[in-house]
Structure formats: structure tokens, C-alpha cells
Write a protein that binds this ligand. Structure first.
Ligand code: NAD
Length: 251
């Protein structure tokens, strides 16, 4: 349990990848704070399972991120994971959806980091793990806001790594390909509409078409990578963008 005594905040940890990361960090002894939305019963069960407080702030607003950071207190491990997707052509992309995706997927990481870094620097140890995406390195049509935000998140992470290089704090991206979570499931109907395809065609010809391994990434694979980044052996790994994408970006 190499993370005993460490405090970790995982944004968007009531579901999918964030939840798997929260579970994996907790299993190594970290004190985890949960964030994100969900029904009261599910959240109560997760708080119980992980002996963790939960903060339901809306991270698509600066006030929401500030509320979360205030409630969480100082953290040693910050995982910026909360994110959302919207699929539409640029010319009909809802402008308020563009603003929300940039705010949640990119600006919330900046705000959480600027508030978390002073404690990490003072202690001489910290881990910032930004959950980016294969879309931080590659584009797909109809995902303009998401692709822009994730490319931005990678650029932000590289800047953090340089600024923090001698402080004992590392900053890295993990970039999954398609992981079977509600975020992917929910974009299937819009992708069907945008491309005129059936559900099966979207799954096989759009999503898995990108991944040479022909299988979805598992949330546990992403979580294991996040745990590795917290090890002392990963202390010289910073500014990296770790792909877990079944070979997508190898092409
Ligand atoms: P998910 O929809 O299962 O979980 C998203 C989490 O974010 C939930 O806990 C949700 O409550 C929270 N959230 C959503 N909007 C929020 C808001 N406004 N304020 C606070 N919390 C909010 O999604 P997921 O697939 O686990 O995605 C997690 C991250 O991984 C995202 O950043 C996503 O872009 C990234 N990612 C996912 C995939 C994939 O294929 N699923 C691939 C690459 C990257």
C-alpha cells in the first residue's frame, strides 16, 4: 500500500474511468475524494465502499472548481478526469456546447492545478494526472470541441511538466482510445445521426475501426497506469502522453 498517507482527488469519479482510478488509488492506501454527478443511492454506496467524501460541484464553471478545491483541501495526487463529449458538424455545433466542453475538459484542469500546486510544491512531492485521449494526438470529424480541448490539455500538461520539473511534482497525460463507458455509449446515437449509420456500424466501422487490437480499452488498464505514475519509479517521467489505445496512434 505505497500510497498510504497520500490524499488524492479524482474529478469525475462517480463513473467510468475516474471511478476505476479512485478504486485503484484507494486499494494502494490513498485517501480519495470523489467528484461528479450521479443518483444519490449510487453515490452513497461509492462513499461507503471507498470511505471517501464526495463533492458534487459542476466543474464546467470556475466557481464549481473553486468550490471543489476548497472542500477537498490540500491534495498530493490530482487526477483531472471529468469530461464530456458532443458530436456534431462544426457549422451546426451548438455554441454553448463548445463553451461547456472547453470549460470542463480543459479549463477545469487549469483551475484545479493552479489551486493544487502550492501544497504539492511545499511538500516536494505531487502527481498531476490528466486524462486526455487519443484525441489529444489525432482528430476525428464531428468532435471539434473535444479534439481542441484534449489537444489543449496535452499542451497544458507539457507546460506544467516544465514549470514543475525540479519540484518533485510530475504532470502527465494518459490518453485512452475507446473505453467502454457511458461517455462512449451516449455518443452512439449522435454518431449514427451525423454519419447515417446503424449502431453496429458505429461500433465496428467508426469506433473499433480506429483500434488495431479491435477491442475496447478496459477502465482497469487506465487505472493501473495512473497508479504506476504515482510510484517513485515514475518520478522522472513528466510531460509524457501515455497512449492506451490499442495501437490507434501508431498508425
Ligand atoms: P463517464 O461519462 O463515464 O464519466 C464522466 C465523469 O465526469 C462522471 O463522474 C460525471 O459525473 C463527471 N462529470 C460530467 N460532467 C461533469 C461536470 N460538469 N462537473 C463535474 N463532473 C462532471 O466518462 P468516461 O468515459 O469515464 O470519461 C472520463 C474521461 O476520460 C473524460 O475526460 C474523457 O474525455 C476521457 N476519455 C474517455 C474515453 C472513452 O472512450 N470513454 C476515451 C478517451 C478519453
Amino acid at each position: 500500500m505505497f500510497l498510504e498517507g497520500k490524499r488524492a482527488l479524482v474529478t469525475g469519479s462517480t463513473s467510468g474511468i475516474g471511478l476505476a482510478i479512485a478504486r485503484a488509488l484507494r486499494a494502494e492506501g490513498a485517501l480519495v475524494t470523489l467528484s461528479g454527478f450521479g443518483d444519490a443511492e449510487t453515490i452513497a454506496a461509492l462513499k461507503d465502499e471507498l470511505s471517501a467524501p464526495h463533492i458534487a460541484a459542476d466543474l464546467s464553471t470556475r466557481a464549481g472548481v473553486e468550490e471543489m478545491m476548497g472542500a477537498a483541501g490540500p491534495v498530493d495526487i490530482l487526477v483531472n478526469n471529468a469530461g464530456m463529449q458532443h458530436v456534431a458538424p462544426v457549422e451546426s455545433f451548438p455554441v454553448e456546447m463548445w463553451d461547456k466542453i472547453i470549460a470542463l475538459n480543459l479549463t477545469s484542469a487549469f483551475d484545479a492545478c493552479r489551486m493544487a500546486i502550492p501544497h504539492m510544491k511545499a511538500g516536494g512531492w505531487g502527481r498531476i494526472i490528466n486524462i486526455a485521449s487519443a484525441h489529444s494526438l489525432r482528430a476525428s470529424p464531428f468532435k471539434s470541441a473535444y479534439v481542441a480541448a484534449k489537444h489543449g490539455l496535452y499542451g497544458f500538461t507539457k507546460t506544467l511538466a516544465l514549470e514543475l520539473a525540479t519540484s518533485g511534482v510530475t504532470a502527465n497525460c494518459i490518453s485512452p482510445g475507446y473505453v467502454w463507458t457511458p461517455l462512449v455509449e451516449n455518443q452512439i446515437p449522435d454518431t449514427m445521426a451525423a454519419r447515417g449509420l446503424t449502431r453496429e456500424q458505429v461500433m465496428n466501422d467508426v469506433l473499433l475501426a480506429k483500434q488495431p487490437t479491435k477491442r475496447f480499452v478496459q477502465v482497469e488498464e487506465v487505472a493501473a497506469t495512473a497508479v504506476f505514475l504515482c510510484r517513485d519509479e515514475a518520478g522522472n517521467m513528466t510531460g509524457a502522453n501515455l497512449s492506451i489505445d490499442g495501437g490507434w496512434t501508431a498508425e
